[in-house]
Design a protein around this ligand. Sequence first.
Ligand SMILES: *Cc1c(COP(=O)(O)O)cnc(C)c1O
Length: 458
Amino acid sequence: MAFKTTIEPFKIKMIEPIHLSSVSKRKQYLSDAFYNPFLISSDQVIIDFLTDSGTSAMSSAQWAGIMEGDEAYAGSKSWKKMEKVVRNLTGCAYILPTHQGRAAERILYGYLGGKGKVFFSNTHFDTTRANIEVTGAEAVDMVVEEANDPLLELPFKGNLDVVKLEEKIKEFGPSNVGAVILTVTNNSGGGQPVSMENAKAVRHICKRYGIIFLIDSCRVAENAWFIHHREEGYGNMSYKKIAKEMLALADGSIMSAKKDGLVNMGGYLALKNKNLAEACNNSLIITEGFSTYGGLSGRDMEAIAQGLKEVFHPDYLNYRIKSTGYLGNKLDEMGVPVMKPIGGHAVYVDARAFYPHIPVEEYPGQALVANLYLTGGIRCVEIGSVMFGKYDDNGKLIPAPMELVRLAIPRRVYTQSHIEYVIEVFEKVLTRRKQAKGFRIIKESKFLRHFTAHFEPL
Ligand SMILES: *Cc1c(COP(=O)(O)O)cnc(C)c1O
């Protein structure tokens, strides 16, 4: 018999205290931080939903691995362990360890990019786009049209538009295409999954035109859960096998192990082609470290090798996706406008619909971020016009397409009662929605302003 409660498939061996605080204290903290959640210190936060990156709790087996770490400069046993696990997962012969995902991106796109080159992706994650554009190349997003409707319930809203892909390849010319990158799940597109069918179609097109096909595999295990439960023909296949089948379609993959690697730091680049791997290896040695550690400690590599095994455990993945969905669905039921269906690692709230009386020029997303913090000490992030807004020549705001607030859920960190608490905080914020006021930016930098901007309540 199935139970209605999905329990955390782990128990707690070591705890980290949460510093509880009063509303009046948080008022002070928030104003001291100029109403920017990135400027609040973590001990002033009760529930930290700022990001799921590098915030996972490690298992006892991972911590045991930390003690086993072989810190040899060359040929470390810990590296051999990690290499074996990653080879098995990706089907690639050449594995390069890196200190995190963007280091692998810089090495690979630094080589494949350059002026006149173009890259296509369902949605380039910010660091992916930055590492492509810094070489002078262009990064073009082409997620399926349906992804732009936040309320449309479809199984694979992270898919790449393959019709558009072929058109664009013809437009730019196949020899100018640096690579096609499938991001699974589609982080910047609400953590929505990509189907196996879509990955196969992308591979087919890349093969026909002789273009490199890569997978940004940060959340490939979470994506496999969605394929298993939503795509025909995969209901009996293990999550690991699904991930392997998908990764085997590509010429290589990049991973930030800070996500589905269940570690706090690390990543890798996996490639099938020897010449490409050799070129990347040279760059790795110059900037990251020797090929058998690439900027990681032996202990980090132990933890990654173990994390990449644990992440595919059916009880873990089931708990992970169900608990994210639990929060999203509860918020939906109480009338909080959320993006649907709920993705794998985060719940996205439509702040414009939440606070229809706050104009985009007054940043409704920032208002919701502030009120969640004041009411319950929940830290999350605006993904709207604070993050992506621009100004026209007259200094008028060109708003982002959507005003979202992201609640990113760290892996294995919070329990059901933490989530129940978050739901209660939302209830309170919801009843006071009419009184909420917007914000004005009083100080900002030219690039990535959301990290450092100062705000003032209106
Ligand atoms: C986090 C992330 C990256 C970059 O990885 P870092 O470890 O943060 O450098 C790249 N792509 C996606 C989809 C990500 O989520």
